[in-house]
Ligand binder design. Structure first.
Ligand code: HEC
Ligand code: HEC
Length: 451
């Protein structure tokens, strides 16, 4: 610490924009050395720093009291522990957890444990190791509660955080174990299969008016990288054509400057954060959205009173400002040089902004429309199933395109219907009657990969 603070404070003294007392090893670099400190208003920078630090903590670690649902009601932790350790069934080994797409934050795993895992003397095929990893608070987005002093690996409940769906790791230790990447959608995560492990699913099935077997069919239809954030409001588990109603997990980065959020534009980031924390994660807060009080469109929401949730104490509302600020601060990642062909991407940029008409909606540098970035299903040349599930009932939002390269897995568009960028461009060719040569299409793909 000392070694770090001395030179940094010296830099601060010559007028840069951070305060010495904010420096800890985790955030040792000045946030923006190019920005001169504005005389008289250090409170703004301090507020920004505080909101980012608090928001990161909430995004990564806050369960909002959701353990009362996932542990308390569904008893999901018992399926993880296994019958040998106060739970039910065989338990979940780390290999099984990783195969379900759960990720491990290598920075949180105690060094000794990492060493023994590497050496092979602690097995990733034993449920006990999963409990060790949970105890170290290293399973991304999953928080284990162990408040039994007599038995250190007695998991008594489990809660979830935003990071379970909206973070992944860089695989630097091994596949599934590495450093956190906040905001990257976890397209490996089979959240439906994980929830389906819970020994008690009636509290989830009953409000939908379905039995547990039907609920399991819905959960298992999602598959990796997908989740349905609306099924517990409208009860639509499947599309009319029988396919899953789930959407691919979106990026939670590169969202600053974007007016409306979710694929169908439910509201702002903070609207959606409150929505998810209360109605999806089953945290305990306050949520008000009278649009959900519509028995025709949202029968399950009406049954559960989701349009007007009030908990005392409220474990969500005080965290929304910092969470919002942090969300907006997460930049979209930049693709590494060499992952795309730079001269082709430059030619693609000219097409994107010209002949191919993309920039009409994906306006650079936001890559969505400043203003009200919404388009009807007809305009987009696709069905309106998912659009019709939002309160506005008919729009898709122009997806901001930066960091596209991290969401190739699982496909593009809200439900991943286009397997790759070539398929997206082929769709626009038909829709916009574009006359693109094979070379031009290839150049556009390179440009999209460069964003
Ligand atoms: C179980 C998985 C899951 C969890 C947990 C979750 N989300 Fe999401 N999130 C989704 C899905 C799926 C969507 C897309 C919903 C849609 O468009 O219908 C989404 C959408 C979003 C969006 C909109 C992105 C955009 O492009 O506009 C933001 C922002 C977001 N989530 C942030 C959060 C935050 C913050 C939390 C924690 C409070 C959270 N999410 C918890 C799955 C999840
Ligand atoms: C009329 C407005 C409009 C035009 C023109 C347009 N887009 Fe889009 N774009 C959208 C909307 C709306 C979505 C979201 C569709 C969905 O999720 O179902 C989208 C989604 C995408 C996606 C998927 C992003 C993701 O993460 O799923 C890509 C890639 C894309 N557009 C590229 C392009 C390219 C390339 C062009 C030009 C050939 C183009 N768009 C032209 C509105 C437009």
């Amino acid at each position: 610490m000392k070694r770090l603070t001395i030179p940094l404070c010296a830099v601060a003294a010559i007028g840069l924009s951070f305060a010495c007392r904010h420096i800890t090893p985790e955030k040792s670099a000045p946030r923006n050395p190019a920005v001169k400190k504005i005389p008289g208003r250090p409170d703004i920078e301090e507020n920004a720093d505080r909101l980012i630090d608090e928001g990161r903590q909430v995004f990564r670690h806050d369960t909002f009291g959701s353990q009362d649902y996932w542990g308390g009601k569904l008893r999901l932790h018992e399926a993880i522990s296994g019958a040998k350790r106060h739970g039910v069934g065989p338990g979940l080994t780390p290999h099984q957890a990783l195969a379900l797409g759960l990720k491990v934050d290598s920075d949180a795993v105690p060094k000794v444990l990492m060493q023994v895992i590497r050496g092979g003397s602690v097995s990733l095929d034993e449920e006990k190791t999963t409990l060790e990893l949970l105890k170290a608070d290293s399973v991304v987005g999953v928080k284990g509660f162990f408040d039994d002093p007599k038995d250190r690996l007695h998991l008594t409940s489990i809660g979830i955080t935003c990071a379970i769906c909206h973070s992944t790791v860089d695989d630097s230790f091994m596949k599934g174990i590495g450093q956190r990447l906040d905001g990257w959608p976890n397209r490996d995560l089979d959240i439906g299969a994980i929830v389906a492990l819970a020994p008690e699913l009636t509290p989830m099935a009953a409000p939908l008016g379905i039995d547990v077997e039907t609920l399991k069919k819905v959960l298992k239809s999602w598959g990796p990288g997908k989740y349905d954030a609306e099924v517990n409001q409208d009860g639509k588990g499947f599309r009319p054509d029988g396919r899953s109603a789930a959407t691919v997990l979106p990026a939670a980065f590169g969202l600053a400057g974007v007016n409306l959020h979710t694929y169908s534009g439910w509201g702002s980031v903070t609207h959606w954060n409150a929505y998810v924390a209360n109605t999806q994660m089953h945290g305990k807060g306050t949520f008000f959205d009278p649009r959900l009080n519509d028995p025709a469109q949202f029968p399950a929401a009406v049954k559960q009173g989701h349009h007007n949730i009030r908990n005392n104490p409220d474990l969500v509302t005080s965290k929304l400002a910092a969470l919002h600020f942090y969300q907006l601060a997460i930049p979209a990642p930049k693709p590494k040089a060499g992952t795309f062909d730079a001269p082709a991407a430059e030619r693609g940029r000219l097409l994107f902004e010209g002949k191919a008409q993309c920039a009409r909606c994906h306006v650079p540098p936001l890559f969505t429309e400043p203003g009200w970035p919404m388009h009807t299903a007809d305009e987009m040349g696709i069905d309106d199933f998912h659009a019709s599930r939002s309160p506005d009932k008919k729009f898709y939002r122009t997806t901001p395109l930066r960091g596209l390269f991290v969401r190739e897995k699982g496909g593009f568009y809200h439900d991943g219907r286009f397997a790759d960028l070539g398929a997206v461009i082929a769709h626009y060719e038909r829709l916009l009657r574009l006359q693109l040569t094979p070379q031009e299409k290839a150049d556009l793909v390179q440009y999209l990969k460069s964003l």
